[in-house]
Design a protein around this ligand. Structure first.
Ligand code: ZN
Length: 127
């Protein structure tokens, strides 16, 4: 990595004999170093955002998993937990095979006679 501070120090200490072309060359190097730093910073910010998001997702699916009960062939949030709309259900297949907490979609009236829920992930139907 380019020595930004060292270059700045050398420029500050340079006497008036230093040629303009040398100054310019050093400034071009400084500019390049700053661009590299900015890119590095942007990449680190992106990484940090991703990690924060992963941790949040992990926490929310873990706490949801804690309150799920197996009922009528699907997983549902325990009624005592509250806060979940009626009909909220999760796929037992995805949960057992991959540990995923996958919300099921409620079938339209036309298909309700065949199955009540469908998993958008594994496409399994549940009555
Ligand atoms: Zn599924």
């Amino acid at each position: 990595m380019f020595d930004l501070l060292g270059t700045v120090d050398r420029l500050l200490k340079a006497d008036s004999d230093m040629k303009l072309i040398d100054y310019k060359e050093q400034i071009v190097k400084l500019r390049k170093g700053i661009v590299e730093l900015e890119e590095e910073l942007a990449a680190e910010k992106e990484k940090s955002l991703r990690l924060t998001r992963d941790v949040k997702n992990k926490n929310s699916s873990e706490s949801l998993a804690d309150i799920l009960i197996y009922k009528d062939g699907v997983y549902m949030p325990d009624e005592d937990a509250g806060g979940y709309p009626a009909g909220t259900a999760f796929c037992p297949r995805c949960k057992s095979s991959e540990g995923k907490i996958m919300p099921l979609t409620i079938q339209s009236d036309l298909f309700q006679a065949l199955s009540k829920y469908k998993c958008p992930e594994c496409n399994e139907h549940f009555t």
